[in-house]
Write a protein that binds this ligand. Structure first.
Ligand code: SF4
Length: 202
């Protein structure tokens, strides 16, 4: 483990997150399974990290009710609402600073809302590619790495979908409507951060 990862883990701990570190995605998945009871309802926010790790399918096959678009027949709006009242909420992050702060930018806001005031347990699985040196770099990363790729994926006609750089665009197309910095877990919430020593998501 390098100094940057070590520093991030220590600072997450100081901020009362519950951090774990694994070398591989497979080990991280084992930890996720250990943290989530088999009968828990699990809300999952849109996340390439979680999707690429196949966590929604693995949980579903284990018997968990998974509330994520594409993994249930419920209409999208109901999925978002029910996910906010699930037992556990899973997501990744757009960036994590070495200082132990988590940055996310959302369009609809369901993901950030659920991590702030939703299920009592939040689990974020995050590749080390998302660690930044400062809060400023974390926001830059969200706007110049994560959001442009999300715009391409979602077929949004934003400037960043073409240039790969943020031009601070406006509605109706912008997906950057809420920038949330989580300095500490919300009161009463158990917030696990599982850092994986791999490039995961964007
Ligand atoms: S504000 Fe607009 S241009 Fe900037 S990252 Fe968000 S969607 Fe892209």
């Amino acid at each position: 483990m390098n100094d940057k990862i070590n520093k991030t883990l220590n600072n997450l701990k100081k901020r009362t997150f519950s951090p774990y570190y694994y070398e591989t995605a497979e080990e991280a998945i084992e930890k996720v399974f250990e943290l989530i009871p088999k009968d828990a309802k699990v809300g999952i926010g849109g996340s390439m990290t979680i999707t690429n790790m196949d966590i929604p399918n693995l949980l579903k096959n284990r018997g968990n009710q998974v509330l994520m678009a594409g993994y249930t027949d419920l209409p999208k709006e109901q999925i978002y609402r029910q996910a906010a009242f699930a037992d556990v909420y899973m997501t990744s992050a757009n960036a994590i600073t070495c200082d132990g702060e988590i940055v996310n930018i959302d369009g609809r806001g369901n993901r950030v809302a659920a991590t702030i005031y939703g299920p009592p347990v939040v689990i974020a699985v995050v590749g080390v590619n998302k660690i930044t040196d400062s809060l400023e770099d974390a926001i830059k990363r969200a706007r110049n790495v994560a959001s442009p790729q999300n715009c391409v994926r979602l077929n949004k006609k934003t400037p960043c979908a073409i240039t790969g750089k943020c031009s601070y665009c406006y509605p109706p197309e912008t997906i950057c409507r809420n920038t949330v910095i989580t300095h500490f877990p919300s009161s009463g919430k158990q917030y696990y951060v599982i850092l994986v020593n791999q490039e995961l998501g964007y």
